[in-house]
Design a protein around this ligand. Structure first.
Ligand SMILES: Nc1ncnc2c1ncn2[C@@H]1O[C@H](COP(=O)(O)OP(=O)(O)OP(=O)(O)O)[C@@H](O)[C@H]1O
Length: 364
């Protein structure tokens, strides 16, 4: 069991084994928190969501939400079972699955109407959530008239209009075109701010931009868990290291550059909405985009970081060089030949450079 699963302040707790799917995992999510389940195909992410939604029962385990026990099964014997529609859990997967014969507004009003809310109040709720996802002007359209990205936004509004205590998102952006996904990701970030959410994804950007915490799921186990930026910057599990291992630099956006608390400046290209001046931002760049020199190499538009080498580790055909730079841990992937030519050893002072065009800056 992970330490996080023992948290006292958890709103949602899951601890379950599902032998036929190779799952034996525990997780906990705080109220208003977004937890990303990050893992490869078949790892057990959807199974965990299905347990919470009440679509499957464990062989052994419990699901609790606040003070309510939703599922309790001991060695195949069910003790407590709350029906899916009574759980106050919303589930959304990569297909929007709107009712084709209903208008957009009626799709969104469906949840409150089913819960017995009067038609005018349900319509008002629908309007509010459509506005939150930026689609109030499509209220009267048929669901079939929407683009894929719009339909997915309506599906988000419909899930939230039902006022779930927990929202479960299973790869909500996976089916969307790459040019549509960033806009929806941004909307999701806004609407998920106060919402307890579990997000299954294998996209590191979803985790970085939407989640407060990440649980890495591999072979039915939670193998790593922690604040998103920490896990992605210093991955301990094999999967997280493969997809993440990114250089992440947090700081304050100064209009054309990010400045860390210790005064390190990072130039990069902004993605999605440009961060507002003085707001918190994150610069992201891959170790493979970083070059290592023994001396400072001047020349813009490059970023330079003085680094004290801490470790050298083989990584496929390359060697990952990690070290400290002004309170940051940074990594560069270089060839074994460069390691030999530069005489890289722990303790050596070097200079890392990365082109500004290789650095993505996000307003988070
Ligand atoms: N309906 C099902 N019936 C039986 N086994 C299933 C079913 N769905 C998934 N499995 C199995 O359970 C295991 C976990 O799958 P799960 O779908 O939870 O993984 P996942 O991490 O969500 O992967 P993906 O990203 O591919 O959806 C896998 O071995 C999978 O083959």
């Amino acid at each position: 069991m992970t330490p996080a699963a023992d948290r006292d302040d958890a709103h949602l707790r899951v601890a379950a084994t599902v032998p036929e799917r190779g799952l034996d995992a525990a997780l906990a999510v705080g109220r208003g928190e977004t937890l990303a389940l990050l893992g490869p195909n078949g790892a057990g992410k959807s199974t965990l969501l299905s347990l919470v939604a009440g679509l499957i029962a464990p062989y052994d385990g419990q699901v609790t939400l606040g003070h309510r026990v939703l599922t309790s099964v001991r060695s195949g014997t069910t003790r407590t079972w709350v029906a899916p529609h009574r759980r106050r859990v919303g589930l959304l997967d990569q297909r929007a699955l709107l009712f084709p014969h209903l208008s957009v507004a009626d799709n969104v009003a469906f949840g409150p109407r089913s819960a017995g809310v009067r038609p005018d109040a349900a319509r008002a709720t629908a309007r509010r959530w459509l506005a939150a996802v930026g689609l109030e002007d499509r209220a009267a359209s048929r669901a079939t008239e929407l683009s894929g990205g719009q339909a997915q936004r309506v599906a988000v509004a419909r899930a939230l209009a039902a006022d779930p205590e927990v929202l479960l998102l299973d790869e909500p952006l996976a089916a969307l075109d790459v040019d549509v996904a960033p806009a929806l990701r941004h909307r999701l970030r806004e609407v998920l701010a106060e919402q307890t959410t579990v997000l299954a994804t294998h996209d590191v950007l979803d985790a970085l931009l939407l989640a407060d915490r990440v649980a890495v799921v591999e072979d039915g186990r939670v193998v790593e868990e922690g604040p998103t930026a920490e896990v992605l910057a210093r991955p301990r599990s094999a999967f997280a290291a493969r997809i993440a291992g990114l250089n992440l630099v947090r700081g304050t956006w100064r209009g054309d550059r990010l400045v860390t608390e210790e005064g390190t400046e990072v130039h990069g290209l902004t993605h999605g909405d440009v961060p507002s001046y003085s707001s918190t931002a994150t610069a992201v760049f891959r170790p493979s985009a970083v070059a290592v020199y023994l001396h400072d190499v001047s020349g813009s538009p490059r970023n330079h970081f003085p680094l004290v080498v801490r470790a050298l580790e083989p990584r496929g055909d390359l060697v990952r060089v990690t070290g400290e730079s002004g309170g940051l841990t940074l990594a560069a992937d270089v060839t074994p030949q460069s390691v030999a030519e530069l005489g890289l050893v722990p303790g050596l002072r070097v200079s890392l450079t990365v082109k500004a065009t290789e650095v993505s800056v996000y307003g988070v």
